[in-house]
Design a protein around this ligand. Structure first.
Ligand code: NAP
Length: 248
């Protein structure tokens, strides 16, 4: 049988950092897993696997085949499908699982946030009300905004897209975080942005847009996180590391 493994489901800066720390201290082999949706991801210096597992069933097979002893789900707070799949697969195989997820952003004095429960509500809110909209949500739910026909969307992406977006009027802004407040502010001013749409991802790397929006007096349409599966959740790499030390 192969050496027991510790699976880190990645796709976030914290996941990379955690995998690096665990590789240094754990007696298990750390395996960092990525969906494979970006072409030049940041990677830790440990074993890496790329691509979906094939749903819950495929994941169960993988966990057994790779002799996984524990899993840390450090995917993005909006990666609801992966979180749900790994919760189900690890429960059925009785493999310890932890969710590492950074804390949510909270509004500060001077912020003008409109909080909506999901991306559909965000699209309804925009329809016919805002002309120049900065979309910082990524493009996974982009078709939801098709109904906002009178808005021009400035869509921030990391790399060129394979297909045109299903929006009537848009411009791509190619940028990779972490972002700086002064640059974000200059960008919003140059583009005459009236509304910033973002997911409540939390974390430092993408926080600058919120401060920039506050400084520019621009409202922020904040999309709430999806529900996470039941189970232990920690917000920091240190706590995730301690959890690993106690379960293996
Ligand atoms: P998702 O909807 O929860 O996942 C869709 C499918 O992608 C999963 O069912 C799984 O395929 C595969 N997948 C996701 N994460 C994976 C991982 N770490 N390793 C192997 N397969 C994975 O997630 P998503 O929103 O598409 O996000 C995909 C990845 O991008 C995640 O790792 C996430 O951390 C990262 N990310 C997401 C966002 C966001 O806003 N959603 C933002 C930044 C980064 P199978 O069912 O075939 O196993």
């Amino acid at each position: 049988m192969n050496k027991a493994g510790l699976l880190v489901l990645g796709g976030t800066a914290e996941a990379v950092e955690l995998a690096v720390v665990l590789s240094q201290i754990s007696r298990l082999e750390v395996i960092y897993s990525l969906a494979g949706k970006t072409t030049k991801p940041n990677l830790p210096n440990c074993r890496v696997r790329v691509g979906g597992f094939g749903g819950i069933k495929g994941l169960e097979e993988y966990l057994l085949r790779a002799n996984i002893a524990a899993v840390v789900d450090a995917t993005h707070p909006f990666a609801a499908q992966m979180a749900s799949n790994v919760a189900a697969a690890s429960a059925s195989l009785k493999i310890p699982r932890l969710k590492l997820v950074r804390q949510e952003w909270m509004p500060a004095t001077g912020d003008n946030w409109i909080c909506v429960p999901n991306v559909q509500e965000a699209a309804h809110y925009v329809e016919g009300s805002y002309w120049r909209v900065f979309l910082a949500t990524g493009i996974s739910d982009i078709e939801t905004f098709t109904s906002a026909q009178y808005s021009k969307f400035f869509v921030r992406v990391i790399e060129p897209l394979q297909h045109a977006l299903p929006l009537s009027d848009y411009e791509l802004i190619f940028q990779r975080g972490p972002f700086v407040i002064a640059d974000e502010q200059a960008l919003f001013e140059r583009l005459c942005i009236e509304l910033v749409i973002c997911k409540n991802s939390g974390g430092r790397g993408a926080e600058a847009k919120l401060t920039a929006a506050r400084n520019c007096g621009i409202p922020v349409l904040m999309i709430a996180r999806p529900e996470m599966p039941l189970g232990q959740i920690v917000p920091t790499i240190e706590e995730a590391t301690r959890w690993v030390e106690t379960v293996i």
